[in-house]
Design a protein around this ligand. Structure first.
Ligand code: PMP
Length: 445
């Protein structure tokens, strides 16, 4: 039973991939026995590696008791204890947790809670959510309206209300020094200008990925940016939402990426690494005052059938405990520093690598035509697909995105599980080196 003759599944395209057989630790095997190093933890999901026995054990234990309990019929221990654990890890005051099954659902939940809060406090005129371009916040219509990536969003116009956007702070493209406080101020002040242009009384929230994900390729904000963003939001009574769907869960070297700058949002969302691929799980974590406002005014008009199901929560709780028990956040910081320095060495040898960026084990490199001008590779050289396919042939999985607005531009996320060792780093760099060499051979033919 390896593969039906015709596939009746469809995703983004007709592209076929190998059939997965098993996965253990940082490795995955297809049904032909070929081994792959999971260099992107799926889509930055499988943070603690595959088939962790303690997590599987906790899930089996829960499965034997009950796989589902509808949240309006029963409270469950896994949901209660995971909520308590999450609140203990979240910034001061963010101690109310709303479970969902994925990142887009978490973003939708945050927007709706923010809107209901505005109504509850007599500010019903606030409805605009400012976001950044490029950015990614999800594929449901609300989250997509916030997503700054025209190729995914434009085809659905005029179905979506258009939310205002400001540029993401890609200092490397603008020739600015990200370590200079003036750079952070330059980009953060774009938020204030946008708020003033939109009329501050109509702006509900600003949503930001503290460390960028697929859209910007692990973009780390310039010095001072996150703090100034916080100040601007507070000045105008606008809620700050951190989208930590990808950056949350420890892979940047902190449980939440925003801890790098000690900046607290009003609401945050997490998902991917939360149950780390063991179950579909996400959460919105909100400041207790916001939740109190909404509940006092009659209740939160929102919810998903699978929210807080005990199996997913048991998986999430076991994942967070595993991260703490094994010191995986420290390992993500240390192994990530080694991987980044090795990626920088590759950049010294390959002039088509225009930038290496990221924090911990959320890293990326970008391919360019010319490093000096940061021009993207020529359109016909679609590195986006080619390099990924070559890496596959070499047993390495990497995650790619093409996000230079209307231009071509290819970046690749390198984000192996947080259990990765120096040996795995060696294997990843060897696989990338070989794949880049073969890619250059192919495009020079
Ligand atoms: N926000 C961010 C920052 C993400 O990276 C993603 C997924 N790539 C989402 C939201 C949406 O998550 P999901 O695909 O689980 O709906």
């Amino acid at each position: 039973m390896s593969r039906p003759e015709t596939s009746h599944l469809f995703y983004q395209s007709r592209q076929r991939r190998p059939m997965l057989d098993q996965a253990r630790g940082v490795y995955m095997w297809d049904v032909d026995g070929k081994r792959y190093l999971d260099g992107s933890s799926g889509a930055m999901v499988c943070n603690i590696g595959h088939s962790n026995p303690r997590v599987l054990g906790a899930m089996r234990k829960q499965m034997d008791k009950a796989t589902f309990g509808y949240r309006l019929h029963f409270e469950t221990e896994p949901a209660e204890f995971l909520a308590a654990k999450t609140a203990s890890l979240a910034p001061e005051g963010l101690d109310k947790v709303f479970f969902v099954s994925g990142g887009s659902e978490a973003v939708e939940s945050a927007i709706k809670l923010a809107r209901q809060n505005a109504i509850a406090i007599g500010e019903a005129g606030r409805y605009k959510v400012i976001s950044r371009d490029p950015s990614y916040h999800g594929c449901t219509l609300g989250a997509l309206a916030l997503t700054g990536y025209a190729p995914l969003a434009d085809p659905f116009e005029p179905m979506m209300r258009v939310m205002p956007k400001i540029p993401a702070p890609r200092a490397y493209l603008d020739g600015l020094d990200p370590d200079d406080e003036a750079t952070g101020r330059h980009y953060a002040d774009m938020l204030e200008q946008k708020i003033l242009a939109e009329d501050p009384e109509t702006v509900l929230a600003f949503i930001v990925e503290p460390i960028g994900g697929a859209s910007t390729g692990a973009l780390v904000p310039p010095r001072g940016y996150m703090r100034r963003i916080r100040e601007i939001c507070s000045r105008y009574g606008i809620l700050l939402i951190h989208d930590e769907v990808m950056s949350g869960g420890g892979r940047t070297g902190r449980f939440f990426a925003a801890e790098h700058w000690d900046v607290d949002p009003d609401i945050l969302v997490i998902s991917k690494g939360f149950a780390a691929g063991y179950a579909p799980l996400g959460a919105m974590v909100a400041h207790k005052d916001i939740v109190a406002n909404v509940l006092d005014a009659g209740g939160f008009l929102h919810g998903f059938t699978y929210a807080g199901n005990p199996l997913a929560c048991a998986a999430g709780l076991a994942v967070v405990e595993e991260i703490e028990r094994e010191g995986l956040i420290r390992n993500a910081a240390d192994t990530g520093a080694l991987l980044k320095s090795e990626l920088n060495k590759l950049m010294d040898r390959y002039s088509i690598i225009g930038d290496v960026r990221g924090e911990g084990l959320l890293l990326a490199f970008e391919l360019v035509e010319d490093r000096a001008t940061q021009q993207p590779l020529a359109k016909e050289l679609n590195a986006f697909n080619e390099l990924v396919d070559i890496a596959y042939e070499n047993g390495l999985i990497i995650y790619s995105r093409r996000t230079r607005g209307g231009h071509s531009g290819d970046h690749f996320l390198i984000a192996p599980p947080m259990i990765s060792t120096a040996d795995h780093v060696g294997e990843i760099i060897e696989g990338l080196d070989l794949s880049l060499r073969q890619f250059l051979d192919r495009i020079s033919q």
